[in-house]
Ligand binder design. Structure first.
Ligand code: PEP
Length: 245
């Protein structure tokens, strides 16, 4: 039995005040014990978020990490630094990092290794663009992303996959529950081929998850929760998605 996981990706949003309000509401509202809940604010808001979540079961993650442990990498933040703060999680390979920062499979693979070595649990994102889906290439693209990033990583225990079709992120378009289920089942098959136990690995769906569509998505056999963007910035919406899980 895989524990449901709902993670909020706050992207480049927030101020000291909004972080305090959002997490204040989440911690006060409480989260069901059965669901693992993670929030991923910007780097600068991580210490504040960790402090605010200390009295609850809400866990904190970063949105990215460097492939390197230390050195002359201006602007980068290393996985051990994130772990030292008290974070348990890190998002790796988000489509916005792939699209705007040119991240490819080799770099993503190195980041996964760095995260694992630092004791962080990665939420590794995969997903196809609209053009790729329309060209019937969605499975080929996702398989290549999984293989390219995971093949050379030795220890993958605790890895979480997020299937995020790029055409559904921040667009209001959501994969139908059946489209998402089909891809999640496909991902489990690919994981088995890579030596990762598919029955023990959580596969989240991401892409315009809202209170109105969450329950239907979570009812699918192979969907173990969600990576949530926009709706994670609205306390009552995020809480409703957590409750649906
Ligand atoms: C995301 O950024 O990971 C995401 C899923 O965003 P949204 O929920 O806004 O589509």
């Amino acid at each position: 039995m895989r524990q449901p996981l709902v993670a909020g990706n706050w992207k480049m949003h927030g101020s000291a005040q909004s972080v305090s309000e959002l997490l204040g509401a989440l911690v006060e509202g409480g989260v069901p014990e059965a669901v693992e809940v993670v929030v991923c604010p910007t780097y600068v808001h991580l210490p504040q978020a960790i402090d605010l979540c200390r009295a609850s079961s809400v866990e904190v993650g970063a949105q990215d990490c460097s492939h390197a442990v230390e050195g002359a990498y201006t602007g980068e933040v290393a996985a051990p630094m994130i772990a030292e703060l008290g974070c348990q999680w890190v998002i790796i390979g988000h489509s916005e990092r792939r699209a705007y920062h040119g991240e490819g499979e080799d770099l993503i693979s190195a980041k996964l290794k760095a995260a694992m070595a630092a004791g962080l649990k990665p939420i590794f994102c995969v997903g196809e663009t609209r053009e790729q889906r329309e060209a019937d290439e969605a499975e080929t693209v996702v398989a290549a992303q999984l293989r390219g990033a995971l093949e050379s990583v030795d220890t993958l225990a605790g890895l979480v996959i997020a299937y995020e079709p790029v055409w559904a992120i921040g667009t209001g378009l959501t994969a139908t529950p059946q489209q998402a289920q089909d891809m999640h089942a496909f991902i489990r098959g690919e994981l088995a081929g890579l030596g990762v136990d598919p029955a023990a690995t959580r596969v989240l769906y991401g892409g315009s998850v809202k209170p109105g569509n969450a329950a239907e998505l979570f009812a699918q056999q192979d969907i173990d929760g969600a990576l949530v963007g926009g709706a994670a910035l609205v306390a009552e919406d995020f809480q409703a998605i957590v409750t649906a899980a």
